[in-house]
Write a protein that binds this ligand. Sequence first.
Ligand code: NAD
Length: 289
Amino acid sequence: MADRKIPITGHTELITLLATPIRHSLSPTIHNAAFEKLGMDKVYLVFEVGQDGLEDAVNGLKAMQVRGWNVSMPNKTAIIQYLDQVSPVTKLCGAVNTVVNDNGVLTGTSTDGTGWVHAIEENSGSIKGKKVVLLGAGGAAIAILAQAALDGASEIAVFNKNDAFWDRAMEKVQLIDQETDCHVTLHDIDDQADLKACIEAADILTNATSVGMKPHEDTCLVEEEDLHEGLVVMDCVYNPKDTLLLKRAKKKGCICVSGIYMMLYQGAASFKLWTGEDMPLDYVREKIG
Ligand code: NAD
């Protein structure tokens, strides 16, 4: 906001993010930089709202005719009950990160998967017909799974621990396998031989677990010897930017994609839905470093 050149007046419009805890979010930096660059009289602010306050917050934003907002945890599924309609990707993944308010009609969608697809395609071409190994079955993973299946990946092998996420993962894998042309399967990540064989046959490998994230940056779910030259390796973890998985992938001649791009492009997709404009990506990239 320090470099905001447009004064805040009675005309300034609000876009928000409702989540908790959320003060660390990069989204205000991304969206306010884009508004400033394009001379848009809008401001993006974060509010610490959890599930208890969500209905009141949504009613308030609707009454104030706010054009749109993001939600993050713990509101990504809870928000759906307060919306009028959801997108095809939300019907598959069961989550929303973006709400658009069209004159009182609230539509929810998830742009997390769009951000992932954009980041992959920018580095290695279309994902149509590609074989994907996806590590994880939490919020980020299922959003990626749904969008990648809708956008034409041919096979996606989801690997997860047999933990609290397993049953929901099975339900989503079966739904997305049935509802799209993509063949989707669920595997136990502790079966190292199966993981190795699937990675060997894959075009794209993505870590969508929290493994590798600070302060555990010395952890990684994949051995260097299991990676191969030309494999596209994307780590959703973006703190640190250069994760242990990406370091191993670089050594093996893989095409490496940082999670920071998924973050940026999911924001760009939301921005387009609210404003109809393309986010000035080069400028925003500089701002987030
Ligand atoms: P989540 O809590 O919903 O899911 C966590 C996942 O990690 C689950 O699948 C769980 O089984 C798995 N997991 C946790 N510990 C594990 C371990 N020791 N071994 C194997 N698997 C393990 O979290 P989420 O919201 O899906 O986020 C996952 C990661 O993706 C986080 O690091 C988050 O920062 C990142 N993320 C990045 C973006 C982006 O735009 N780049 C967007 C969303 C999330």
